[in-house]
Design a protein around this ligand. Structure first.
Ligand code: SF4
Length: 299
């Protein structure tokens, strides 16, 4: 019995001996909640990212090449007239991460001595500055001396639905831009690349869309050949939008057929302009009337 008691005692006392001299309160119980007055750092870091974002910019007088894949003529005119939806700090951080990834690729290309030109030197233009583009990078293959247009995209590993690095199609070699399987879910990026490739200042037949995953830095390369049909379609859409955006007075184009900002499906679902778009008449709307309606909503 004594032995049994001793044994029991010993078994019970072992864990106590093991923790002697160590904290016995669970870590989570020792942590203090963050008091309001200790949110100063979070607030300071967020505020600097969120401030100074205008609701309206001065009308640019051109369309941005980065938005040339936008299928909505009305949306193109919103952008050209300067409508802006400020981003919260988290979204700004996401953009900053994307920019850092682009700089990482460009920096490596410079060290690898394949870099030819980048966005700070090369501007691609269509139709009397109707579309103005800033190219990520032109790279030269060392063995052949041939130049390629490279556009860098950073994406989350998984996004909702069919989007995200993990659901990208298989990498492919040189393929006509309009035939790339990327056209299904990443049409905007393919059109953007194609628009840049055809600008007289860039004028490159081939190149690639390089995707890097934001979570684990995996990469996929999709090699593209520029596509005249896709460019013609893009230019036609921009010319239709230009008639309104750069007319006198400047106006929003009418809602294109097949778009329904009220239902908010398809292209309208993720559109930043939708909150305002769905309150405006579906026909062309003059700039001043758009600003007046927006002032009722956003001040
Ligand atoms: S909400 Fe739809 S119709 Fe309106 S601008 Fe956006 S995509 Fe175009």
């Amino acid at each position: 019995m004594q032995d049994l008691l001793r044994g029991r005692k010993t078994r019970k006392s072992r864990p106590a001996a093991k923790t002697r001299g160590k904290p016995t309160i669970k870590a989570s119980k020792r942590l203090q909640p963050v008091a309001d007055d200790h949110n100063w750092l979070r607030i300071a870091l967020d505020e600097v990212l969120e401030r100074d974002q205008p609701l309206w910019r001065r009308p640019a007088g051109n369309f941005r090449g980065s938005g040339s894949g936008d299928l909505c003529v009305w949306s193109l005119t919103f952008g050209a007239l300067g409508h802006n939806v400020p981003h919260d700090a988290k979204r700004q951080r996401i953009f900053d991460t994307g920019k850092a990834i682009e700089l990482g690729v460009v920096g490596a290309a410079k060290r690898a001595k394949v870099f030819v030109e980048g966005s700070d030197q090369l501007e691609g233009v269509h139709g009397d500055r109707m579309i103005v583009s800033h190219v990520d990078m032109v790279a030269r293959r060392p063995e052949t001396g041939k130049k390629y247009l490279i556009e860098i995209k950073s994406i989350k590993n998984t996004d909702y639905g069919a989007y995200g690095f993990d659901t990208l199609p298989k990498e492919h070699g040189p393929t006509a831009a309009g035939k790339s399987p990327l056209m299904k879910n990443y049409r905007r990026y393919v059109v953007q690349w194609n628009t840049y490739a055809w600008s007289p200042e860039v004028d490159l037949e081939e190149g690639c869309l390089l995707f890097e995953a934001k979570n684990n830095q995996d990469r996929k390369f999709f090699w593209l050949v520029r596509d005249r049909g896709l460019l013609d379609e893009t230019l036609a859409r921009h010319e239709a939008a230009a008639e309104y955006a750069f007319g006198d007075p400047p106006r929003l184009a009418p809602v294109p057929e097949g778009f329904d900002p009220v239902a908010g499906e398809g292209e309208c679902r993720r559109c930043d302009h939708r909150y305002l778009c769905k309150r405006l008449p579906a026909g062309p709307v003059e700039y001043d009337a758009v600003r007046a309606e927006d002032a009722k909503l956003r001040g």
